[in-house]
Ligand binder design. Structure first.
Ligand SMILES: [Zn+2]
Length: 308
C-alpha cells in the first residue's frame, strides 16, 4: 500500500467565509431545507479511477453514504456529494464550491484493502462479511471525516485544536451511530486501514511531524481508543493486555484505561457544538449497546498484523 496516500489533502486553499447560519443566537433557527445530492462523474483517465467507479456505482454506495449524512445533519442548502476521478487517493470538503468530493481512487484502494482482508475468513465471518465490514468501515470513516470539515466550515464551529484531529473525532462519532457493534467494528476496520497506510518509522522526517494530519499510526490508535471507549464492557478485544491470552487487540492497555472518559468528553463536546445542526445524537445509541461478550464476532476480524 502506498504510504503517501493521505486523504483530505487538497481542501485547504482559499476557505471562504462560512455561508451557513453561525452564531449561538441564531443557532436555534437553523433551517433544514437542503439535502445531500449524490453525483457520479466520469472516470476516463486511469484504471484505478475506473475500478473505483465500478466498485460503487452499481451498488449505489454514494446513495448509501448520502443517506447516512442526511440522517445526521441539518442543511440550510443542498450539498453535492461528488464521486469523481482525482488523479490520486483523496477525499475532501471543497469550501469554494460547498461540496463533498470523494475520489474514485479512494474507493478503489479501500476495495482492494477490504478484498485482501477477506482472504482470511474466520469462523464467525465469511469472505463477503469481512469485505463489507472493511469497505463500509473505511469509506464511511473517510466520508464522515470530510463531513466534519463541512460542518466546521458550514456552521462556523469554534475549534481549539487541529482541525484534522477534530474531524477524526466527529467522523468516529458519526460512524458509531450505526447501532450495535457494527459501528465500532467499522471504526476498528478504519483503524486497521490507517495502520496499513502508515509510514515506516525510519522514514519519518520533519514534514511528517509538521503535517497538519497526525501520523497515521496516531490516528489509528485514536480510532481504536474511541471505539473501545464507546463500549468498554464489550470491546476489550481491541485492547492489548500482556499475559491475557484471550485478548489480542492492539490498543495498549495503558491508553485504553482512559478511553471511556476520553470518549465521553469528546461526545459531550461535539454534541454541545453541533446540537443545533444535527438530527440525532452522536456516538453509540444508548439503546443499542450489546450485552457483554456478544460483539466480538465482528471485532475479532481485526487480527491482521498492520504496519505500526
Ligand atoms: Zn481532513
Amino acid at each position: 500500500m502506498a504510504a503517501a496516500t493521505t486523504a483530505c489533502s487538497s481542501d485547504k486553499e482559499g476557505k471562504p467565509a462560512s455561508q451557513g447560519t453561525t452564531s449561538a443566537a441564531t443557532a436555534s433557527k437553523v433551517s433544514d431545507t437542503g439535502t445531500f445530492v449524490p453525483k457520479y462523474e466520469r472516470a476516463m483517465a486511469s484504471d484505478l479511477a475506473k475500478e473505483g467507479k465500478e466498485a460503487i456505482q452499481n451498488n449505489k454506495v454514494l446513495e448509501d453514504l448520502t443517506d447516512s449524512l442526511e440522517a445526521m445533519y441539518k442543511l440550510p442548502k443542498d450539498i453535492p456529494v461528488i464521486a469523481k476521478e482525482c488523479g490520486n487517493f483523496n477525499a475532501y470538503w471543497d469550501p469554494q464550491n460547498q461540496s463533498l468530493v470523494l475520489c474514485y481512487e479512494m474507493f478503489a484502494v479501500a476495495a482492494r484493502y477490504a478484498k485482501a482482508q477477506a482472504e482470511q475468513p474466520t469462523e464467525q465471518l465469511g469472505t463477503t462479511d469481512i469485505f463489507n465490514l472493511y469497505f463500509d468501515g473505511i469509506t464511511r470513516m473517510i466520508t464522515f471525516h470530510e463531513s466534519a470539515h463541512m460542518a466546521i466550515n458550514l456552521y462556523s464551529l469554534p475549534s481549539t485544536g487541529r482541525e484534522e484531529d477534530s474531524a477524526d473525532q466527529l467522523g468516529t462519532l458519526v460512524l458509531l451511530t450505526i447501532p450495535g457493534p457494527l459501528g465500532a467494528a467499522g471504526v476498528a476496520a478504519a483503524a486497521d486501514f490507517w495502520f496499513a497506510l502508515s509510514d515506516d518509522p525510519e522514514s519519518l522526517d520533519a514534514r511528517s511531524f509538521a503535517d497538519e494530519h497526525s501520523l497515521s499510526q496516531v490516528r489509528a490508535y485514536n480510532l481504536e481508543c474511541w471505539a473501545y471507549g464507546s463500549q468498554p464492557d464489550t470491546l476489550d478485544v481491541l485492547v492489548n493486555k500482556p499475559g491475557d491470552p484471550e485478548v489480542k487487540g492492539f490498543l495498549p492497555y495503558q491508553r485504553a484505561a482512559g478511553c471511556p472518559d476520553e470518549y465521553k468528553r469528546m461526545k459531550s463536546a461535539w454534541e454541545s457544538l453541533l446540537n443545533p445542526y444535527i438530527k440525532t445524537s452522536l456516538g453509540v445509541p444508548a439503546a443499542s449497546k450489546t450485552p457483554s461478550g456478544t460483539p466480538s464476532s465482528t471485532t475479532q476480524t481485526h487480527s491482521t498484523t498492520p504496519t505500526r
